[in-house]
Design a protein around this ligand. Structure first.
Ligand code: FAD
Length: 329
């Protein structure tokens, strides 16, 4: 950690200016992932830009048609906010099964989707990893890949994206608001993360010097009728090996009018399943329909040995999430 610089951002303008000026700079928010990386010396930044004093990024604004979340809102603040629980159950449920109460008290919604993968080889800097050190190879392809991705991988990287919150935000058509010295722009949450392709080191569609200022989440019947299911190796304090955020809107006869399905723990980025959504639309909301639509979840999936079990687990996760949601409607 020698030579690490630290600067407390006096304002949002000051933060984006410093971030754009220093190639080796990184924002620190809750610090729960970044400080672990510093300890492990995995891609340590040269300069930390601390944005925790920017109170303007702490707001939760509940409007008629949308909710705005500032980047510095803590995970537990979302969970405890009654109106959000009612408007977006999938998001609140995803956060409630994230990490531990202690981590959720510190971690922010801005930092959560940008946490780094839990791939064993990315975190172990004694092994080759294209994401950490481009051109060195992907150790997971032939190595211990039980937790790795079956969707969205490439011959250069099969690291899974780790955030639960990001899966729910992808399902519910959220947008990220990004700020830089050039002003602000919004980006569909589903486009925030990149596929690894042959440049797995480039994980996000953030431009140089851009930070997440917050999010806009549309309020809709669909979002109110949503659910998040997480499957993990132990009941607490563990990332997903498979997860699903689902949302359904039904007509009076119980026919599915709209559906949203995104999955986590199985893909290199939060993964929307349009083919499953299409198969649900116009069909009765019942277990056989859910099972048949969920069987399409692994279209295009590729297993790599230890993670082949996810080919069976993923459709079951999606079908179970839909059944659990149906019970509530
Ligand atoms: C033991 C443990 C278990 C965990 N289990 C889970 C789990 O089950 N599910 C899950 O989803 N997560 C889990 N996590 C991860 C945890 O949720 C994340 O570490 C946390 O949400 C990151 O938020 P933060 O504010 O602490 O980010 P930081 O650590 O401060 O930052 C993370 C990254 O985001 C960048 N960043 C932060 N804010 C911004 C911003 N506004 N704009 C641009 N860049 C920004 C930083 O530069 C850094 O690269 C776990 C963590 C631990 C330690």
């Amino acid at each position: 950690m020698s030579g690490l610089g630290y600067a407390r951002a006096p304002s949002l303008a000051g933060a984006v200016e410093a971030l754009g000026r220093h190639a080796g700079a990184e924002i620190v928010a809750g610090g729960t992932d970044l400080l672990q990386r510093l300890e492990e010396e995995v891609l340590p930044p040269e300069l930390l830009i601390d944005i925790t004093g920017l109170d303007g990024l702490r707001a939760i604004e509940v409007g008629e048609s949308e909710v705005r979340l500032g980047a510095l809102v803590r995970l537990n603040e979302v969970i405890d906010y009654e109106a959000l629980r009612a408007a977006f159950p999938a998001i609140v449920e995803a956060l409630a099964v994230t990490a531990s109460p202690q981590v959720r008290n510190l971690a922010t919604v801005g930092g959560n989707p940008l946490q780094k993968t839990r791939c064993l080889y990315f975190r172990d800097r004694t092994t080759p990893c294209n994401r950490r050190e481009p051109g060195t190879g992907c150790s997971a392809l032939q190595g211990r890949n039980r937790i790795n991705a079956i969707l969205g991988g490439s011959e250069h990287c099969i690291a899974t994206h780790p955030s639960d919150f990001a899966v729910a935000m992808t399902a519910l058509d959220a947008k990220a608001v990004l700020a830089s010295t050039r002003g602000e722009r919004s980006l569909a949450f589903a486009d925030l993360h990149r596929l690894p392709g042959d440049t797995p080191q480039h994980e996000y569609n953030l431009r140089r010097g851009e930070i997440i200022k917050g999010y806009i989440i549309p309020r809709a019947v669909l979002a109110r009728q949503s659910h998040y299911l997480k499957v993990r190796d132990r009941g607490e304090f563990e990332w997903a090996i498979s997860s699903a955020a689902v949302a359904l809107e039904l007509d009076m006869a119980g026919t599915i009018v709209r559906a949203r399905v995104a999955v986590g723990g199985v893909a290199t980025k939060p993964w929307r399943l349009p083919q499953v959504e299409f198969a649900l639309r116009g069909r009765p909301a019942e277990p056989a329909v859910f099972a048949s639509a969920a069987s399409l979840a692994t279209e295009g999936a590729v297993a790599h040995g230890d993670n082949a079990y996810k080919l069976r687990l993923l459709p079951r996760t999606v079908a179970r999430a839909l059944n659990e949601l149906r019970e509530r409607l």
